[in-house]
Write a protein that binds this ligand. Structure first.
Ligand code: G6P
Length: 613
């Protein structure tokens, strides 16, 4: 995890102080981690200044006076601890013994203990418990051979095992930021103004300043000056930089809060727009994936967290609409299928960020076995799409809130579209029926818009009661199970209330033992074959004093008459209801988190993009 930003400027190229620009850019990366913060700046007298501390960006930058520092070259870091607890000494940047070299890092150096032992024997003194610090000392060590910083970094890279995105500055070579990438993301931003160059973990970091980017690949290494990018692959040599520049169509406003108190609420409200943009972006790649599905004997789906829930929905629809054997598995549980994934099996990897290491590793392992890999992602050119045979993008725009909202509904929309098309190709759906179904999907953005408007006041109201609870069940049948799982995950993630999802029919085989007076149980009912069967499950819970909250089609009088609280939802076809039916759960989790006094954008112990296994 962790967020990195680096900037090199020439005199007069920007009006603000470098410290202030670094702080602003870093703030856009806070979703990547926020337990400690630090920066290193080479000032206009070519002195190296390093400041770092435990805490979140606003608090640390006030304490350390981020904005007061100026210079021409700077790097900064927001941390999500992996090796060494969050503390002042473990905060990045890390420096070498000569106090000339400063390093920020995202990732994990697997062989750091071995390297540290060797460096200690050579007399290096370490001040932190991190894996990162070895990199600063390694560069220092190689420089002793009389080579420059860049060559020393290259030498160091050859000895590192593991994942890294690195930005390095050296007082001996001011005006340059050296960088390297393996597995962890890194992007270069080419300033709109002459004389400004950026490097960052993610594009929103510098979007206010430029939308001209180069997304780095694994094995790439180089340096930036205020006017130049030097880039090469550690094994294959120099890269033509001009051919790699891409212009992204994200505006800075898209990456900001747009007047909402939190990114999460903004992103919930952005869903109609995001869903429209997903539909508008459907093109040849989505068609190709539909064809691949139709010609596959077996389809695997994998992802983590919310993306895994989208996989479960797709698994159900692949069975139900296409009649294809499909299995969704949690990416970090790849081992379950190690032996059975075979050449030409299709693996669909779903990942908002495209960088989740668990998903990336599952992709790599399945690819090694000859499987065909298709990626569904929101981030163009991120690792998982790049390592896949085919990539289809959700185009939901940047999502900053740690809890996924618009990226979930857009994943589900895109997968549903692809699966309907696959069913048509396979002859399971007639062209007429297919176009009817796709027409219904086209209405989803409007339906979601209405759903937000109608359910938000009720979600806000009920949250004050939920905020007082310590546990909750989320029950459903069939396709409502993954919706329940996503609802429960949202409540856990941001309101810190223990929530468990179960297939409603299974709830009598154990979970019901916990139910007593006032225990909240959410029931999700879709317009499917289970809509009447589930009534018995509601009654069972009610008989034990459960407090029943039901999300169901608006004319399901029977269900509402035995519930304490009702979310009356639009009645659609069951397979299209997945998207609007998650909305009340997103809103309930958001308002419950606020009521309990938490920051839903920055849930404790979580990070948006998890790049450690
Ligand atoms: C983290 C985030 C979740 C997200 C999961 C998968 O755990 O906190 O919100 O669903 O990673 O992320 P991905 O980018 O692969 O969809």
């Amino acid at each position: 995890m962790c967020g990195i930003i680096g900037i090199v400027v020439s005199k007069g190229a920007i009006k603000e102080r470098l410290g202030s620009v670094l702080r602003k850019c870093l703030k856009n990366l806070e979703y990547r981690g926020y337990d400690s913060v630090g920066f290193a700046i080479i000032n206009w007298n070519n002195e190296l200044i390093v400041r770092r501390s435990k805490g979140k960006i606003d608090e640390v930058s006030r304490k350390l006076g981020f904005d007061d520092y100026d210079g021409h070259t700077g790097i900064a870091h927001t941390r999500w601890a992996t090796h060494g607890k969050p503390s002042d000494v473990n905060a990045h940047p890390h420096i070498d013994c000569t106090k000339k070299i400063a390093v920020v890092h995202n990732g994990v150096i697997e062989n750091y203990q071995e390297l540290k032992r060797e460096l200690l024997m050579k007399g290096h003194v370490f001040t932190s418990e991190t894996d990162t610090e070895v990199i600063a000392h390694l560069i220092e060590e190689y420089k002793k051979k009389g080579i420059g910083t860049y060559e020393a970094l290259k030498e160091a890279i050859r000895h590192l095992k593991g994942a890294y995105a690195l930005a390095v500055i050296d007082k001996d070579e001011p005006g340059k930021i050296f960088f390297a990438r393996n597995t962890s993301p890194l992007v270069i931003g080419i300033g709109k103004n002459e004389g400004v160059m950026f490097i960052a973990s993610d594009i929103p970091a510098f979007l206010e300043y430029t939308n001209h980017v180069i997304v780095l690949n694994d094995g790439e290494i180089g340096f930036i000056t205020s006017s130049q990018v030097f880039l090469e692959h550690i094994n294959y040599g120099i890269v033509n930089v001009n051919e790699r520049i891409r212009v992204v169509d994200w505006t800075p406003e898209m990456a900001k809060k747009a007047g909402y108190p939190h990114y999460m609420l903004k992103e919930i409200h952005e869903q109609p727009l995001a869903l429209s943009s997903t539909l508008a972006g459907i093109g040849s790649e989505a068609h190709k994936l539909a064809e691949l599905i139709a010609s596959s004997k077996y389809v695997y789906l994998t992802g983590a967290g919310t993306s895994y829930h989208a996989c479960l929905i797709a698994e159900y629809l692949l069975n139900d609409l296409v009649g294809i054997k499909a299995t969704a598995f949690i990416a970090s549980e790849y081992g379950r299928f190690r032996k059975s994934i075979a050449r030409n099996d299709l693996l669909i990897a779903v990942s908002q960020s495209g960088e989740t290491i668990d998903t990336l590793m599952a992709v790599r392992r399945a690819k090694n076995k000859g499987a065909i890999i298709a990626a569904i992602s929101n981030v163009i050119d991120s690792a998982i799409p790049r390592e896949s045979h085919i990539a289809v993008y959700t185009r939901a725009g940047p999502e900053i809130g740690v809890a996924a909202t618009k990226t979930f509904t857009t994943q589900v929309l895109l997968l549903t579209w692809i699966i309907i098309k696959a069913a048509e190709i396979k002859g399971e759906l007639s062209p007429k029926r297919t176009s009817e179904m796709l027409d219904l999907l086209k209405k989803i953005p409007d339906i979601v818009n209405t759903t937000i408007r109608i359910t938000e006041p009720s979600a806000r109201k009920i949250s004050s009661e939920i905020a007082l609870k310590t546990n909750a069940y989320y029950l459903g049948r069939g396709l409502a199970v993954p919706i329940s799982m996503e609802g429960a995950l949202k409540l856990k993630e941001i309101a810190y209330i223990h929530a468990e999802a179960y297939p409603a029919g299974e709830s009598k085989h154990g979970p019901i033992a916990l139910v007593e007076e006032g225990f909240p149980v959410f029931f999700t009912i879709l317009s499917d074959e289970y809509k009447d069967l589930i009534i018995a499950n509601i009654e069972e819970m009610r008989a034990r004093g459960a407090w029943i909250i039901t999300v169901a089609p608006k004319d399901h009088e029977k269900a509402f008459s035995i519930s304490s609280f009702a979310f009356k939802m639009p009645r659609l076809e069951y397979w299209a209801e997945t998207i609007p039916y998650i909305i009340p759960y997103q809103l309930i989790a958001y308002y419950t988190s606020i009521t309990r006094g938490y920051d839903p954008d920055k849930p404790r112990n979580l990070a948006k993009t998890v790049t450690v296994e």
